[in-house]
Design a protein around this ligand. Structure first.
Ligand code: NAP
Length: 311
């Protein structure tokens, strides 16, 4: 099966070509820019596709992302309404994400930023050694990654709450909340807020001043969803007035973060360059192979999202 590679900012062939040749040899990769016979393309691998990308492929059946998120594909104006959009689910990524988030939660709990400052000034001053049980964590998003994070934090003794769109029973790791009322209740009880939501019309701008004002004073934000979830000016205000004590930001509305952006110099912000965790190249190859097989046999691809929901 032919699979067209569509991206305006990533060399997908350079990234994935060798692994696909090894683990998905029945898939022939063709470049979007090459003069491909567009009628025989039924599958695409895409990341930030150009606006008109999908106009040339009248028989396209599925578009695979190279990541857990599909928001940049869903935003493409030429994406036909009846095409399946497929995400990558990689337990190894959930584990990596969890380690990254646990690191930030403990950093806040134990005051590592203050220790770094003290070391710079050669100051020997011990911390207050807050117990994990005194630092409740609320997680926005209880999907594959959110559940893994909840389990790992609970194992370390943190009280964990999870928020989702649909109602879920409490798990052994976390207390469950859902819907708008559940959001207000959960955020009011938490000290650390972790964003692991997909970007959809409902979740865009959800990390805003109103939400921050409901958190415990001195709360901490860990933002690993998508940049567009955050109202950046509201975060700066919440930090500057002490409502939040700090924020760890991995994703930004504009990436790379512009050189003149005020986040770079903010003493209470930790920046990482959208590096919490990629999926593995092997997981992308497997997803593509499984999707090609589903198309061949007339099935719905296993990791196709619900397009009406947006994730
Ligand atoms: P997922 O399995 O699709 O789970 C999404 C969760 O969000 C579900 O629990 C869902 O609720 C909830 N949700 C969606 N819309 C909601 C709404 N309007 N209100 C309340 N809850 C809502 O996603 P995942 O694999 O865990 O990944 C989550 C996101 O993490 C990705 O979409 C991506 O944005 C981000 N991510 C970032 C990185 C990074 O490197 N920074 C890496 C991987 C992923 P239901 O359970 O009720 O459906």
């Amino acid at each position: 099966m032919r699979c067209v590679l569509v991206s305006k900012n990533l060399d997908l062939r350079g990234y994935f070509g060798a692994e696909f040749a090894r683990s998905a040899p029945r898939i022939e990769l063709v470049d979007h820019t090459a003069d491909a016979t567009a009628e025989d393309v039924r599958l695409a691998l895409a990341w930030h596709p150009p606006d008109d990308a999908f106009e040339r492929y009248p028989n396209l059946q599925a578009v695979c992302s190279i990541a857990a998120g599909v928001d940049n594909i869903m935003a493409c104006p030429s994406l036909p309404p009846d095409v399946d959009v497929v995400r990558v689910i990689d337990p190894g990524q959930a584990q990596m994400m969890s380690g990254f988030i646990v690191w930030h939660v403990i950093g806040h709990q134990r005051g590592f930023a203050a220790f770094r400052g003290q070391q710079r000034d050669r100051i020997w001053r011990r911390g207050d050694q807050r117990r994990a049980r005194d630092v409740p964590v609320g997680i926005l998003g209880s999907g594959g990654i959110g559940q893994r994070v909840a389990a790992d934090l609970a194992q370390l003794g943190f009280p964990v709450m999870s928020w989702s769109r649909t109602a879920k029973p409490d798990s052994s790791a976390s207390h469950s909340f859902h819907g708008p009322a559940g959001l207000a209740a959960m955020v009011g009880e938490g000290e650390v807020l972790v964003n692991l939501l997909p970007l959809t019309p409902e979740t865009r701008g959800i990390l805003n001043g109103n939400l921050f004002s409901r958190m415990r004073r001195g709360g901490y934000l860990i933002q690993v969803g998508r940049g567009e979830h955050l109202v950046e000016a509201d975060l700066l205000k919440a930090l500057d007035c002490g409502q939040l004590s700090g924020a760890a930001l991995d994703v930004f509305a504009t990436e790379p973060l512009p050189q003149a952006h005020p986040f770079w110099d903010h003493p209470q912000i930790v920046i990482t360059p959208h590096d919490a965790s990629d999926v593995s190249i092997g997981a992308v190859a497997t997803t593509l192979a499984v999707t090609a097989e589903a198309i061949r046999t007339g099935q719905r691809p296993p990791h196709a999202i619900d397009r009406a929901r947006g994730y």
